[in-house]
Design a binder for this molecule. Structure first.
Ligand code: SAH
Length: 252
């Protein structure tokens, strides 16, 4: 067990909720705080071995992983997208499971969440975390987003999210093909104005409406932007291209 006890976790979480109206508005299931603690406990234990995160201090884990994952969930709801009403959610490049695992702790079991990552050891860690926390609504898949869009996940998800994976012009091409028409893509970003502008042509080509950015602050003051794209048209079959092409020549 790590130095993060359940009591310490609960008090750090309560402090974040006090500082964030969005976080405090989130109605969590009864066992969610204990599940969130379990996820963080295992993250600290496995972090060095699996190279999962540089953030190891308990207060920072709660702020930068848990609150940073859950505040967007509350903001989506306030902006007309209810993640609890989604049947399928995908987290692209989920890494150690963020925002995937906090979302799974906070959402009802009726929501099927999938985490996708290119790295096998991260997928193993997510499976172990989901099992330890008793999360039956989480699947973890090893693979690349641009390949998954050609292999059965195309236009499959009501909501796709991603945090810290790529700049928006690249990220839109990785994620748009995986979103159902009528669904949405929610990118978790810090400052995003330039990326949103640069990604506008790509978003339009890929079937998204114009971006709706929602600016907010993490407890402690770091600036964040939740960038929401609603998908209203199918993604043309030629996208996504191969990863080297996507990154060498982002759609413009
Ligand atoms: N979302 C997590 C991890 C960010 S690190 C967090 O915010 O903490 C970025 C992760 O994206 C890495 O684990 C990497 O393996 C994964 N990744 C990058 N490009 C990818 C792609 N094209 N398909 C799938 N996973 C990808």
């Amino acid at each position: 067990m790590s130095s993060l006890t359940p009591d310490l976790f609960a008090s750090l979480y309560a402090r974040c909720a006090d500082a964030s109206p969005a976080l405090s508005s989130l109605a969590l299931p009864d066992n969610a705080v204990h599940r969130l603690w379990t996820v963080c406990d295992l993250l600290i234990d496995n972090a060095k071995r699996f190279n999962l995160t540089a953030i190891l201090e308990p207060e920072e884990i709660v702020r930068k992983h848990v609150a940073d994952s859950l505040i967007p969930l509350a903001l989506l709801r306030g902006n007309g997208i209810d993640p609890a009403a989604c049947r399928t959610i995908l987290d692209v490049g989920t890494g150690a499971g963020f925002p995937l695992l906090p979302w799974a702790c906070a959402l009802p079991e009726s929501v099927a969440l999938t985490g996708l990552d290119a790295t096998a050891k991260k997928i193993s860690h997510i499976r172990a975390s989901a099992e330890a926390a008793g999360l039956s609504n989480v699947a973890a898949v090893q693979g690349r987003a641009e390949e998954a869009a050609r292999e059965g996940m195309r236009e499959h998800f009501d909501l796709v999210t991603a945090r810290a994976v790529a700049a928006l012009p690249v990220l839109c091409e990785l994620c748009a093909p995986l979103v159902k028409v009528g669904g949405a893509f929610a990118a978790l970003k810090s400052h995003a104005e330039d990326e949103i502008r640069d990604a506008a042509p790509a978003a339009a080509i890929l079937g998204f409406d114009e971006a709706s950015p929602i600016a907010y602050e993490l407890p402690g003051g770091d600036a964040r932007t939740l960038v929401v794209y609603r998908k209203t048209r199918p993604t043309p079959a030629k996208y996504p291209r191969r990863y080297a092409e996507i990154t060498k020549q982002p759609l413009a």
